[in-house]
Write a protein that binds this ligand. Structure first.
Ligand code: ZN
Length: 459
């Protein structure tokens, strides 16, 4: 059941305790208002007036730009915490899960999109990429279902047309039942661009080209797909340098490191982002930086699978735009962006020392870094003319009592990591820590039903 209210043309958030704008000056304003007109932020300041506007009380609240999640696999929300792979490393985990994912159904995709988008929104996220790449012959138009569902929920969405073309019979990792040929993949990417991609400012849907990884697609597809993406002016995304196993696979098969393989296939540039980049050398970092390619850092997933810790401080110091992704829910096992920011800050301190990552550094990566990764100049910042994508967090929580820096406290402290109010595209999607798009308990019950029907028989 859809409970979401029709957007009002104006919203005013009154007397916000702190607005952390994430603009170039990293400005923070105290006790001020934000006026939203339609889909954009109209003004920020004290004592703003607006007739007939919906009013949100900003007292004791922190306002941040809505977070931008740059790596996810929504469909995996239905295969979380499976006992046989709770303690497996990536390749073993993938081989087990491919045998379950090959039975994916349209209802599974729909419910998993609701679960993922719902949890993302509740954690203050307003834009997400989704890397979808499993296409069994038994189900069609699964990305269309994701897009329709995300539109009903109201999240700004960058769905990828993922792909796998290298099955086990050709030396790849996935079973042959879920791979497609290069022609099918490019034809469907073109169909999705024509049907859904919005090139305009404030776009709610943009398609991304996203072969799964070097170990699941052919070299020909890597080369063809990047040319195709550039011809159609869309961005490209893939997994890269996630584990030692992948590095060994690339060295054995191509005689190159994963990043050098990207260079050889034309996959470097500011229209490209790589998820993970855990196992990269100084030479790799130089190549990524010089080409202005972006990195989606997924700390929880890397820790959960024991893959390692990405050298984020080195990447940032080299000028690489770094963003944050929760990664697929089967390797996190959560879609909570605020929690992901906390993990990004903490794990960087383990790798590179306590001064390597501040609370504001991770907020910047999850907002401005995310916008750069997705090639957008209209989101990630609370400034006039930017998209009205704002997350509010309530300071009046026992976990924030006695704190001296309210913005940093969101990352350092925390108990439930839930936003009090979330606005996306000028619409209120979360109010008083509750989703307005659907009944949360009803979605849980639906997920249980689909799990028993579609997943449990294959465990
Ligand atoms: Zn992933």
């Amino acid at each position: 059941m859809l409970l979401r209210m029709k957007a009002r043309s104006k919203i005013i958030i009154k007397n916000i305790s702190v607005v952390s704008r994430m603009d170039d000056s990293m400005g923070e304003l105290e006790d001020c208002d934000i006026l939203i007109d339609g889909r954009q932020i109209q003004s920020i300041g004290k004592n703003l007036l607006a007739e007939n506007a919906a009013v949100i009380d900003g007292r004791n609240k922190i306002a941040l730009p809505g977070f931008i999640n740059t790596h996810h696999h929504f469909y995996q929300t239905m295969t979380r915490v499976l006992p046989k792979v709770n303690d497996a490393k990536l390749f073993d985990w993938l081989i087990y899960l491919y045998r379950i994912w090959e039975h994916i159904t349209p209802e599974w995709v729909e419910i998993s999109t609701k679960l993922a988008c719902g949890e993302l929104l509740l954690s203050g996220c307003t834009t997400s990429l989704d890397h979808y790449y499993v296409f069994p012959k038994t189900a069609e138009n699964l990305i269309d279902i994701e897009i329709d569902t995300a539109r009903k929920i109201g999240l700004r969405f960058h769905p990828t047309r993922g792909s796998m073309s290298l099955g086990q019979s050709e030396g790849g990792l996935p079973p042959d039942s879920v791979v497609q040929n290069d022609e099918e993949i490019l034809r469907d990417t073109e169909r999705l661009i024509k049907k859904y991609h919005d090139y305009n400012n404030l776009a709610m849907t943009r398609i991304v080209n996203a072969p799964c990884s070097p170990f699941s697609v052919s070299t020909a597809l890597m080369k063809e797909s990047i040319k195709f993406a550039r011809k159609n002016k869309i961005f490209s995304h893939t997994h890269l340098a996630e584990t030692f196993d992948e590095e060994n696979f690339c060295l054995e098969k191509f005689g190159k490191t994963p990043v050098r393989y990207m260079e050889a296939t034309g996959w470097l540039g500011e229209d490209v982002s790589f998820a993970h980049c855990v196992h990269i050398s100084g030479d790799d970092i130089k190549l990524i930086a010089e080409s202005r390619s972006c990195v989606a850092h997924c700390p929880s997933s890397n820790m959960r699978l024991g893959s390692g810790i990405a050298p984020v401080r080195k990447l940032l110091d080299s000028g690489v735009p770094v963003s944050i992704g929760v990664d697929g829910s089967a390797s996190n096992d959560s879609s909570n962006m605020l929690l992901e920011l906390r993990n990004a800050m903490l794990v960087s301190r383990v790798k590179a020392g306590v001064t390597s990552m501040s609370a504001r550094n991770v907020i910047y990566m999850a907002t401005r870094g995310g916008a750069k990764t997705l090639g957008r100049k209209d989101i990630g910042e609370i400034s006039e003319g930017f998209a009205a994508d704002i997350a509010l967090f309530d300071r009046r929580d026992i976990s924030f009592g006695g704190t001296g820096d309210p913005v940093a406290a969101l990352i350092f402290c925390g108990r439930d990591f839930t936003a009090s109010d979330v606005i996306c595209n000028g619409e209120i999607l979360v109010k008083n820590k509750k989703l307005l798009a659907f009944d949360e308990k009803g979605i849980f019950d639906e997920a249980e039903r689909i799990f028993k029907r579609d997943i449990a028989p294959h465990l």
